[in-house]
Design a binder for this molecule. Structure first.
Ligand SMILES: Nc1nc2c(c(=O)[nH]1)N[C@H]1C(S)=C(S)[C@@H](COP(=O)(O)OP(=O)(O)OC[C@H]3O[C@@H](n4cnc5c(N)ncnc54)[C@H](O)[C@@H]3O)O[C@H]1N2
Ligand code: MOO
Length: 405
């Protein structure tokens, strides 16, 4: 039977995903990484007054033109403590970076170009042009201006900008809620005292991290046993939590205890597909129960994480109104690879950069989808299309970076 190609699977997953309309007002300190739901308008000019960019003297530029000019110091303007008067011809005010430029002044003579004479007089060492080192009011932005567009992702720069606009809370799209359910009688949580035939449920942690990275809010539904009742209770919990996406882990394959699809279908799952031409990730399942997207990930830890990167991240992006572009890069192989079969392969690979910037990928010799250590040590995933011919060391490949290198 022909298996569904990875790109077609992704199209089907994204086909009926609509951006979440709910808007909430989020305090600045919680707004990082989220999506702005309405245009953000500045509440004030920045700077709110003409400000000095340097430490020195506020002057009338024309007064500094004559060689040997001298000026009388009539006051001081510091940040937070402006000079209240105005300066006249032949006068100056001692000024510091960020302080309001007094009325009458049109330039800043930096202190390196001023020579103290008597207590109240300075000599001009070098003339200064009008406007020099003065940041005019509203230089950066004006009150009433739309400064940050709807749909922008609030990164460190925009977050700082929003704060400077005097906005203490921002209208943001609600983050997609992603319920994560581990399934399997063999699973116990980390820190438990497992029997010899049990294993530690680990996948949820990595999947939750990928959800957060993608801009979603993970909801940990814990572990469900391989029983209809336990799985039904967990699906109830996902719906009660208002999950936009339910991610199930494991129980997706063809074994006698792989009940997940059966239970989901009994709950009204409209199955979009089950099984794709991907390694790891063959038993991937996708569909919807009412408005809730359902992504059934294979239980092998590496499969869960690779599928989360390839399918869950773009789905979350679409729910927040963005398009996720896979950050694939060119690399060259360090080893030979055999020809590929019908499944698109995601090979865990150590990667390094040569001095000329070329990325070199060394796929691990064991690519078993249970081997989490190999995945955790990999810097990237070399993507081998279905039926890729055998490749030699030095050949070009495409890879998805898992970390900055
Ligand atoms: N006859 C066939 N057998 C299998 C096929 C197949 O096509 N025919 N596909 C294989 C592939 S490929 C995969 S991938 C696995 C996926 O199976 P499931 O999704 O049903 O996963 P499980 O059997 O539940 O678990 C697989 C493995 O992973 C461990 N696991 C499960 N959940 C977790 C968790 N939350 N944290 C850590 N480890 C977990 C589980 O104990 C198993 O060892 O099926 C193949 N079989
Ligand atoms: O496709 Mo399974 O995910 O290889 O191990």
């Amino acid at each position: 039977m022909a298996l569904l190609p990875v790109d077609d699977a992704l199209q089907l997953i994204l086909a009926d995903a609509r951006p979440i309309a709910d808007i909430e007002h989020v305090p600045l300190h919680e707004a990082w990484g989220r999506i702005v739901a309405e245009p953000l308008i500045a509440m004030r000019d920045q700077p709110p007054f003409a400000a000095s960019a340097m430490d020195g003297y506020a002057v009338v530029a024309a007064d500094t033109a004559e060689p040997g000019a001298t000026l009388r110091v009539v006051g001081e303007s510091a940040a937070g403590h402006g000079f209240t008067g105005a300066i006249g011809r032949g006068e100056t005010v001692r000024i510091f970076t960020g302080a309001p430029v007094p009325q009458g002044a049109d330039a800043i003579l930096i202190q390196e170009n001023a020579r103290p004479l008597e207590t109240t007089m300075i000599g001009v060492v070098e003339p200064v042009q009008a406007g020099r080192f003065v940041r005019r009011a509203g230089l950066d932005f004006h009150r009433g201006e739309t400064v940050i567009a709807k749909g922008a992702m609030l990164d460190a720069g925009r977050l700082t900008l929003a704060a400077a606009m005097n906005l203490p809370a921002l209208p943001m799209h609600r983050r997609p809620r992603v319920a994560i359910l581990a399934t399997g009688d063999e699973l116990v949580p980390p820190g438990a005292d497992p029997r010899d035939d049990q294993i530690i449920a680990s996948n949820s942690f990595g999947v939750a991290a990928i959800v957060k990275e993608a801009g979603g809010e993970p909801i940990d539904l814990g572990i469900a046993a391989d029983t209809l009742a336990a799985l039904n209770r967990s699906i109830d919990a996902a719906q009660a939590a208002g999950a936009d996406i339910l991610v199930t882990l494991g129980g997706a394959s063809v074994g006698d205890h792989d009940l997940v699809r059966k239970v989901l279908e009994s709950r009204g799952l409209e199955l979009a597909f089950w099984k794709i031409a991907m390694r790891p990730g063959k038993p991937l399942m996708s569909g919807r129960i009412g408005p809730m997207h359902v992504l059934g990930l294979p239980g092998n830890p590496v499969s869960s994480l690779v599928c989360s990167h390839v399918f869950l991240t773009p789905l979350i992006a679409k729910l927040v109104g963005r398009t996720h572009h896979v950050q694939a890069v060119d690399a060259i192989l360090d080893v030979d690879l055999a020809e590929n079969d019908l499944r698109q392969d995601y090979l865990r690979a150590a990667m390094h950069r040569r001095p000329d910037g070329t990325l070199v990928a060394t796929p691990a010799t064991r690519q078993d989808s249970s081997m989490m250590r190999v995945f955790a040590e990999a810097d990237g995933l070399v993507v081998r299309p279905p039926f890729a011919p055998e490749a030699k060391a030095g050949d070009a490949v495409r890879a998805i970076l898992l970390r900055h290198i």
